[in-house]
Design a protein around this ligand. Structure first.
Ligand code: RP5
Length: 178
């Protein structure tokens, strides 16, 4: 679902049946996809309509402003933003929307993601970014948190979250060592 285009409204029956996205997964670079696909996989598993897009705070700042200022009107409810290095994508997005923004620090080569983590987590008071773990675990948990946020108003998502936890619990209890 990377760079998924919005559903076409021009007589394409299949496209018309595609639900508009309620979660937006954005990332600073195509190179972040290996990490961020974990978020998309979870959202797909829970049946949450979402879009995945490359938007960079420093390479495409105008695109980011356009995205952040129109996301709410497009029906987006949660934004997941993954970025690495001097990772300002989540913060700059949060500055331009009141939607909840969840930041995923990408594991950078130079500093193993500590730079990304500190850049995302140390938001000055006033503009919050919910920061997850470095790497794929963070991307996965960002999606699960997005589902939990949306589950408040959706009984079906609450049910799916409970089943997901039950399945995890059963698997952990049944795990045997080699
Ligand atoms: C950030 O710079 C991206 O989020 C990415 O993690 C990092 C490196 O980007 P590339 O040079 O691989 O495009 O903006």
């Amino acid at each position: 679902m990377a760079n998924q285009a919005l559903p076409s409204r021009k007589g394409n029956k299949k496209a018309l049946m595609v639900a508009p996205p309620v979660v937006s997964v954005i990332m600073g670079s195509k190179s972040d996809w290996d990490t961020m696909k974990a978020a998309s996989e979870i959202l797909t598993e829970f049946g949450v309509a979402h879009e995945c897009r490359v938007i960079s705070a420093h390479r495409t700042p105008e695109l980011l402003t356009g995205f952040a200022t129109t996301a709410e009107a497009r029906g987006i409810e949660v934004i997941i933003a993954g970025a690495g290095g001097a990772a300002h994508l989540a913060g700059v997005t949060a500055a331009q929307t009141i939607l909840p923004v969840l930041g995923v620090p990408i594991e950078s080569k130079a500093l193993h993601g500590m730079d990304s983590l500190l850049s995302i987590v140390q938001m000055p008071g006033g503009i919050p970014v919910g920061t997850l773990a470095i790497g794929s675990a963070g991307a996965k948990n960002a999606a699960l948190l997005a589902v939990a946020i949306m589950a408040g108003k959706r009984a079906s998502l609450r049910g799916k979250l409970k089943s997901y936890r039950e399945k995890m619990k059963r698997k952990a209890a049944e795990d045997t060592l080699p």
